[in-house]
Design a protein around this ligand. Structure first.
Ligand code: S3P
Length: 442
């Protein structure tokens, strides 16, 4: 049984003392998005796959737990620094999952719920997927509608989880999801693998393309051109031996801290550099930081390498709707960096309200509690430079809020106490230990 590493429940809050730069070299946990996809495709493959540096957080553990409940044999062996594990998955072949004895629990993980729904829509048995209180508030029509067009039968509670899936014979379709979402695109493509005929997804704005890179790594043919991804049903994924690069969305918090706090310099090695994820680094540069990127290689279509970030004189930045999908998970880190010294205006980002928490409201409320000048709008926010005081702030059960508040706390004048900080276990169980390591004298 895979038990994610959690902080002891007896630690109700963490207090961050202010002052000083961050500096040092580190690695971050394996990429969460890539880990989910490799595990799901390995379960659908013919043969046994191994996945090195599998993300150590609770979200990716939820995917493994669901797959086990669907009859998949999964073994884990620790694989060194960063808490990642090597996961060995005995594939059951496409359509080969078995009915689960009880409702599947996706925990806090939207990716688990949505991608698995695409897969189970084409398995000829009934399944239920539920999750924690946060996930049960998140919108699911965005996957239900396209999957129904393909012949899927999925019930919801007024558009929210739990999902009741009645497996059906799927047929290929052309889907144009109204929201720019890699989870929706991926759910459709995974359903398309189990459908008769060809399935196409046409994206309104490009989103992360890990599924498009992972499918060929498992021997599945797809074609991608002009914002259109096409998959032919009936293909059989083949087992693969893969390694997950570090998660750039986790590295983003160290990059943001280094960018914002004078005297800082941080180097993150072995981190994913997929161009649909790395726009954050360009934006950090536009905000004045000194950012260098050194690509070390490409594995299974995913580039990876080293990112170095140094503080630079802050500059104002605007981020609009067209850029938002490329930095959706890094906007909290950018907001935290901005509130320590520059102006950042974000628009067209209403999707932030549909994440693990309402990230616009929680960010605005939390950063303001620390003394920041932040104005909330329905589809974004504006941060203006202010002198942060520190204070008490709650992460609202959201891992990225806990980490964003920690970055802001580093640049505050007084101490900051973060309650609900244990939410970091969702993607970065050792986040606070890594933070301390970056504050040690060189
Ligand atoms: C993810 C896609 C994004 C992102 C999430 C992970 C993925 O969500 O916010 O953390 O792995 O596909 P949406 O695709 O819903 O925007």
């Amino acid at each position: 049984m895979y038990i994610p590493r959690m902080r002891p429940a007896a630690t109700p809050a963490v207090t961050i003392s202010p002052g000083g730069p961050v500096h040092g070299r580190l690695r971050v946990p394996g990429d969460k998005s890539i880990s989910h996809r490799y595990a799901l495709l390995a379960a659908l493959a013919d043969g046994t796959s191994t996945i090195g540096n599998y993300a150590p957080g609770a979200d990716c553990a939820s995917t493994l737990q669901c797959l086990r409940a669907l009859g998949v044999d999964i073994r884990l062996a620790p694989s060194g620094a960063g808490g990642g594990a090597t996961v060995t998955i005995a594939g059951r072949g496409p359509g080969g999952l078995l009915p689960a004895a009880a409702a599947l629990d996706a925990g806090n993980s939207g990716t688990t719920m949505r991608l698995l729904a695409g897969i189970l829509a084409g398995h000829r048995f009934d399944s239920t997927i539920t999750g924690d209180a946060s996930l049960r508030r998140r919108p699911m029509r965005r996957i239900v509608e396209p999957l129904e067009r393909m012949g899927g039968q999925i019930g919801t509670d007024a558009g929210r989880p739990p999902l009741g899936i009645r497996g059906a014979a799927l047929r290929g379709a052309t889907c144009e999801p109204p929201v720019a979402s890699a989870q929706v695109k991926s759910a459709i493509l995974l359903a398309g693998l189990h459908a008769e005929g060809v399935t196409q997804v046409v994206e309104p704005v490009a989103t992360r393309d890990h599924t498009e890179r992972a499918l060929p790594a498992f021997g599945v043919e797809i074609s991608c051109a002009d914002g259109r991804v096409e998959i032919g049903g009936g293909q059989r994924p083949a087992a693969a031996a893969l390694r997950v690069p570090g998660d750039l969305s986790s590295a983003a918090f160290w990059a943001a801290a280094a960018a914002a706090i004078p005297g800082s310099a941080v180097e993150v090695a072995d981190v994913g550099l997929n161009p649909t994820r790395s726009a954050f680094l360009d934006l950090l540069r536009k905000m004045g930081a000194d950012v260098t990127v050194e690509q070390a290689g490409v594995a299974a279509g995913e580039p990876f390498g080293t990112v170095r970030v140094r503080h630079g004189a802050p500059r104002a930045l605007r981020i609009g709707a067209a850029e938002v999908p490329g930095v959706i998970d890094e906007l909290p880190a950018l907001a935290a960096a901005a509130c320590l010294g520059t102006t950042l205006e974000v628009t067209g980002a209403a999707e932030l309200r549909a994440k693990e928490s309402d990230r616009i409201a929680v960010l605005a409320g939390g950063l303001r509690a620390l003394g920041a000048d932040i104005e909330e709008r329905p589809d974004g926010f504006t941060v203006r430079p202010a002198t942060l005081t520190g204070g008490v702030v709650d992460a609202a059960g959201d891992h990225r809020m806990a980490m964003a508040f920690a970055v802001a706390a580093l640049g505050a004048g007084g101490p900051t106490t973060i309650t609900g900080h244990e939410a970091v276990a969702v993607s970065y169980p050792d986040f606070f230990e890594a933070l301390e390591s970056l504050r040690q004298p060189a």
